[in-house]
Design a protein around this ligand. Structure first.
Ligand SMILES: CC(C)(COP(=O)(O)OP(=O)(O)OC[C@H]1O[C@@H](n2cnc3c(N)ncnc32)[C@H](O)[C@@H]1OP(=O)(O)O)[C@@H](O)C(=O)NCCC(=O)NCCS
Length: 182
């Protein structure tokens, strides 16, 4: 017996954005630096993938793999000692894929100023079953006006990703057919 309303049989379950939103926080150390002494972009990308993966797993209720990462932007350098917060939420859902938006904030170790945005990225995760095959995900329900805007923007990115993939595939197939590429 449960007091939660259950969706009709066969209906796709729904989940609000806030149910899986999360923040991963990490203090940067001297192990994280590049030759300039600031934090290596790849270290931030790992945190972004980790936070987005946690959100995708929480939203889909099981394993999810990174299918793509795009529009990774680094706005400001991050330094050793800075406290980095990586905020992630599901922006949009398809049948088995989810777009996760990530915002990277840094609290400077030596300044008592509010956290500053230092980067952002969009990732697509696919929920998979035990055999690694895509499985259905709950539909995300955007709650706030900001969530709704992010949902609409994610749809635009989805359309562009699919169109770009299709166009590149067609170009390659054409070049192979013409004997220009192998
Ligand atoms: C991602 C993966 C599961 C897709 O499998 P597939 O057999 O191509 O399945 P599909 O074509 O049905 O794609 C599944 C969903 O992912 C989306 N997708 C697949 N590749 C994508 C890409 N490159 N960019 C954006 N979305 C992608 C599809 O649009 C589809 O979305 P939908 O179900 O919401 O419409 C598969 O390619 C895979 O396992 N990749 C490796 C992932 C991995 O190991 N990541 C960690 C890297 S170490």
């Amino acid at each position: 017996m449960t007091d939660q309303p259950q969706p009709p049989e066969g209906a796709v379950p729904v989940k609000p954005t806030s149910a899986s939103r999360t923040t991963l926080s990490h203090i940067m150390t001297s192990h994280d630096t590049n030759l300039l002494g600031t934090v290596h972009g790849g270290v931030i990308m790992k945190l972004v993938d980790d936070a987005a993966g946690a959100v995708a797993g929480r939203h889909s209720g099981g394993p999810a793999v990174t299918a793509s990462m795009d529009e990774m932007v680094f706005l400001e350098p991050v330094r050793v000692g800075d406290l980095v917060h990586v905020r992630a939420q599901v922006n949009w859902t398809g049948r088995s894929s989810m777009e996760v938006g990530v915002r990277v904030m840094a609290e400077r170790w030596n300044e008592s100023t509010p956290a500053q945005q230092v980067g952002s990225a969009y990732l697509v995760f696919a929920a998979v079953d035990e055999e690694g095959k895509p499985r259905r995900v709950p539909e995300v329900v955007p709650e706030t006006e900001r969530d709704k805007r992010r949902y609409q923007e994610a749809q635009i990115r989805r359309t562009h990703r699919l169109a770009r993939r299709r166009a590149i595939k067609e170009l390659r197939e054409r070049r192979v057919a013409e004997g220009i590429d192998d």
